[in-house]
Design a protein around this ligand. Sequence first.
Ligand SMILES: [Zn+2]
Length: 276
Amino acid sequence: MSIECPEAHILADQMNKEVTGKTIISYETQNSQQLQQKGFISKNVVFEQIVGCKILSVIARGNTILVKLDNCWNIVLAPEYGGSISLHTSQAKPSKFHLKLDLQDIILTVNLAGIGCIQAVEDYLLKTNYLYNRDFSQTLNPLETDFTFEYFIEKLDNKKQNIKTAIVGKTAVIVGMSNSAFQDIIYRAKISPKRNTGTLTAEEKKNLYQAIIQLIKERLESGGKSQFVDLYGKPGLYISKMGSNQKGQTCATCRSKIERINHGGGQVYLCPICQK
Ligand SMILES: [Zn+2]
């Protein structure tokens, strides 16, 4: 279960309320050695630098959460392939985490379920951080007000590519969407995953834009997608309209059997009748 932009936004919002202004008293890493070797988690010698730093703000863009510290340090968090960021009381003894931060009267833990990022990064090195570079970029963030229909269409028309590549991944026209959102969005927009954006009609582009806006709105209102848990451990209630949840089921609109195909480096569920 990947964390996408609505879930990253929910976490950053909650963290901003709870941890901004707090000082990092100490840290602890656990079961992190392998992930540290792969570079997903900073080495302990790097985390030592952030002890004593104060948290100035927490913002999310795309799938990435940036915890801005004083003394020119940052923590870049992205449970890209799932994981959790959780708040605990100072008396709690959390058992499952990769990084634990003692923040005076509360404890923050971060746990990765797969590929992800828990890195302490100095300001001057942020630009060289892969996830920061990807998500805090010029690429549109569908949660922001500059994500207008006109702007989206312009970007979409400039890149004539497969629709999955246009929505998900490094060369996408937006940040923060993964395969989970993609399946849901194109089902809502009634577009086949095999289409090239160069072949989309004006109406399909409009449907695509509205599907993205609507998906994000519903995810935020539901506290994130199912399987996601927020900072307080509360699970998200959003059930995707198309994806692995629909395995073996029929389409809610036309009652056709939902199909699964391998596409763009992952499995995509679809309705072969509704999606053209
Ligand atoms: Zn259908």
